[in-house]
Design a protein around this ligand. Structure first.
Ligand code: KG4
Ligand code: ZN
Length: 348
């Protein structure tokens, strides 16, 4: 085992994502950006169970990771010998699923004698809007809205993340998923609920906008699903009203996310807002944030839709950006650990 910091001799970086139910492989060139990526989503595998089954997720990552790497290398016209470093999602996420990506990445890096670099999953999401044609510049406010997290951060540069506020209970994506289940929609709930919401009218039901006037940048979404449950249990409720209820639920989440994101811009004095994570794919959230930021001479940036949910491109890209900024650390040097729980504010 080596104890010296491993030198990075080549600029091609492999990114490996396996924190939940997507196996992702990305190839990025330091200073140039993404070359290729491949993704396998396990949605069909878990749909029968109504949610992610961790052990099935781990086993499927094992099956997918090598073929995806081969495909991505072929698409980029590269070989293993061209790799200069391997970045992989160390956490947060499902322990077993993380272990698959970690052991794969570590073994590959060891065999090629190149550094293995742990990457924080949320940093991947945070930087993913920079993969687009018209990327935002630092500093910006990031609204991170995924299945596990709802956070507002001030992003000063690579590794410079200040937490401004977060959910005290359910994440926005989790609220979408749980509410979708409640009203009889399948997994994954977020996209299904937003499709149904598009056919309904908000305002026919009245749901709360939790913590919208709390005067800080904290969120709470767990009460909203209870409010939906209560509405469905009223004697006058019938199934034909489900779309209206979904529309009102979505409007409530979007209202709160938008109000707090604008408050964060005001508090930090910044004019760039970046939205990242799976809920960033929500069409209504996109539309409202575009309109409201424009009214305030601010601007909102979204990742391309293919980089909103989990993917390997964002991990390769985050790793390449860290190397470019000289912030890749010493690498794991073979002594690696996964971090299923890992606050973003703990990384430097
Ligand atoms: O970032 P992501 O792919 O995985 C995590 O790191 O959690 O986010 C997944 C979450 C799920 O809760 C999913 O329901 C939600 O993003 N989501 C959506 C939409 N597409 C995905 N929520 C609302 N509207 C959507 N269109
Ligand atoms: Zn994610």
């Amino acid at each position: 085992m080596q104890h010296m910091k491993q030198e990075i001799k080549r600029t091609l970086v492999l990114g490996v994502e396996s924190s939940c139910d997507e196996t992702g492989i990305g190839l990025a060139e330091v200073g140039r950006g993404l070359l290729a990526h491949r993704l396998f989503s396990q949605i069909d595998l878990h749909a029968a169970y109504g949610g992610v089954v961790p052990e099935l997720a781990s086993r499927d990552h094992v099956r997918r990771v090598v073929p995806l790497l081969r495909e991505a290398l072929a698409a980029a016209g590269c070989g293993l010998q061209d790799l200069g470093a391997v970045g992989y999602t160390t956490g947060p996420g499902l322990a077993g699923a993380l272990l698959v990506g970690a052991s794969f990445a570590e073994a590959l890096a060891f065999s090629l004698d190149i550094p293995a670099i742990p990457i924080h999953h949320l940093e991947g999401h945070l930087l993913s809007p920079m993969l687009s044609q018209d990327p935002p510049e630092f500093p910006f406010v990031a609204l991170l809205v995924s299945g596990g997290h709802t956070q507002l951060m001030r992003v000063g540069g690579v590794g410079d993340y200040e937490l401004l506020g977060e959910s005290v209970d359910d994440a926005a994506g989790e609220a979408f998923d749980k509410t979708a289940k409640l009203i009889g929609l399948g997994y994954p709930g977020g996209p299904a609920l937003s499709r149904l919401a598009a056919t309904g009218v908000p305002g026919r039901f009245k749901l709360p906008r939790p913590m919208i006037h709390s005067g800080d940048l904290m969120f709470s979404f767990s009460g909203l699903k209870t409010a939906v449950l209560t509405a469905t249990r009223q004697p006058e409720f019938d199934a034909s009203q489900t779309a209206d209820l979904a529309a009102e639920f979505q409007a409530a989440v979007v209202d709160v996310l938008c109000a707090k994101a604008l408050a964060a811009l005001k508090q930090t004095g910044l004019s760039r807002l970046v939205v990242a994570g799976g809920v960033g794919a929500n069409a209504s959230l996109r539309e409202v944030l575009k309109r409201e930021t424009a009214r305030r001479r601010a601007r909102v940036y979204f990742p391309e839709l293919e980089y909103c949910s989990d993917n390997g491109a964002m991990i390769a890209f985050a790793c390449a950006m860290r190397i470019q900024a000289g912030k890749q650390g010493a690498g794991t040097q073979g002594a690696f650990a996964i971090r299923p729980r890992w606050p973003l504010s703990e990384i430097a």
